[in-house]
Design a protein around this ligand. Structure first.
Ligand code: ASP
Ligand code: MG
Length: 408
């Protein structure tokens, strides 16, 4: 008998019928004798609906009130799933984040979990209940309701698994695992039996939206055994997220092609090429709590240089306004924004022991006439920024070039 945390996403609980399906699946595991904690998202579309509703009243909804509001989506599904379990004769009990006491910091709409008091859950498990916990939410020290950022139920699932020292955290979603790339762009994408944490982290951070990135970080840090599975298929092993040292001896060089359309580029043209300029440009951006991803500074020419960086599209207008505001102070010729970019990356731990991955990537893109605007690398990833209109082509040619369409 083991303790399993199962997380079901919005589509899996999108209707009463689907909620009944989830209940049947949970009941099946329960009948096998496992202790089960279930984490659920809001019904699909519900969080978006609540956010739009808030925006009808306040263009920029007050973050505290927004959290009070959007957290209700999950409150509905935990109760419904508990009822559905009871209908199957399974003892069940629902909890909001605050009732468990998922303690978070006070960063509304993107709070971080600080600790979980697992006493209530343990007691209910011991008395034979399935415990159903609302994902995506917690409370801060003062008892204010907080939420964990979009997709945050994954993080709730993993954090609970860590706190309870669960044997496995299973994330049930509408895809049946992690793929070599998005199958909607490359139909030949293959499901991976396993992927290492580090690769998954790169894939998630680059926009392969299977799991919320924080959940993967959490799982890596607390060594939670994490598996992604389909909530619509009865069978199937899904994709197991492994630790590199326990992985196969024969790791492929590249595990996947990730991409991201969520960034925009800002270029500051013709700034004096002198010490402190990068800080003068990025300092005010950081002070505004805007995360910068890729950064590039050109070779100076006649004492001047161009400086480009990318930010999330949500922060683009704000970052652009900041830089336009300090343009005279920077003595910059121009500040230009470009939202029509995309980032494509090849990811794989095998890169550590193989040379030539970058050159193969660049050659493949060059052969298609795709211009590279920015490049960044880490030990296990090479990313490039390209014109957004070539994104799909780039993904497909790279997928083929690295042999990802071949069965292994
Ligand atoms: N309901 C939240 C969202 O849509 C959290 C989640 O589904 O994980 O982002
Ligand atoms: Mg999700």
């Amino acid at each position: 008998m083991s303790l399993i945390v199962q997380k079901y996403g919005g589509t899996s609980v999108g209707s009463p019928d689907r909620i009944r399906n989830v209940a049947r699946r949970v009941a099946k595991f329960r009948a096998q004798g496992h202790d089960i904690v279930v984490v659920v998202s809001a019904m699909s579309g519900e969080t978006n609906r609540l956010i739009s509703l808030a925006k009808e009243i306040q263009a920029q909804p007050d973050p505290r009130e927004l959290d009070v509001m959007v957290s209700t989506g999950e409150q509905v599904t935990v109760a419904l799933l508990s009822m559905a379990l009871m209908e199957l004769g399974v003892r069940a009990k629902s909890y909001t984040g605050g009732q468990v006491r998922v303690l978070t910091d006070s960063a509304y709409t993107k709070a971080r979990i600080l600790s979980i008091d697992e006493g209530n859950i343990r007691r209910d498990l011991e008395s034979g209940h399935v415990v159903v916990v609302a994902g995506f939410q917690g409370v801060d020290m003062e008892g204010n309701i907080t939420t964990l950022g979009r997709g945050g139920s994954d993080t709730t699932g993993v954090a609970l698994a860590a706190a309870l020292k669960a044997d496995e955290c299973q994330i049930y979603t509408d895809v049946d695992g992690v793929y070599t790339t998005d199958p909607r762009i490359e139909p030949k994408a293959r499901k991976l039996k396993s992927i290492t944490f580090e690769e998954m982290l790169e894939m998630a951070s680059l926009g392969s939206k299977v799991l919320q990135i924080r959940s993967v970080e959490f799982a890596g840090k607390y060594r939670v055994r994490l598996r992604v599975l389909s909530s619509f298929e009865e069978e199937g092993e899904g994709t197991l997220i492994t630790f590199e040292e326990e992985g196969d001896m024969e790791q492929p060089i590249i595990s996947g092609i990730a991409f991201n359309r969520d960034e925009a580029k800002i270029t500051v043209r013709g700034v004096p090429d002198k010490p402190g300029i990068a800080y003068q440009i990025l300092g005010p951006v950081a002070d505004a709590n805007i995360e910068v991803d890729m950064i590039i500074q050109n070779v100076g020419e006649e004492g001047q240089t161009d400086f480009s960086f990318t930010v999330h599209k949500n922060d683009f207008e704000k970052a652009l306004a900041i830089l336009k505001g300090i343009q005279p102070h920077l003595e910059a010729k121009d500040v230009i924004g470009d939202e029509g970019i995309a980032k494509v990356s090849v990811v794989g731990v095998g890169m550590r022991s193989h040379v030539g991955v970058a050159s193969q990537m660049f050659r493949t893109l060059a052969e298609e006439g795709i211009n590279i605007q920015m490049i960044s690398t880490s030990e296990i990833k090479i990313s490039v920024v390209i014109d957004e209109k070539y994104l799909e082509l780039a993904v497909r040619v790279l997928h083929k070039a690295f042999g990802l369409d071949r069965e292994v």
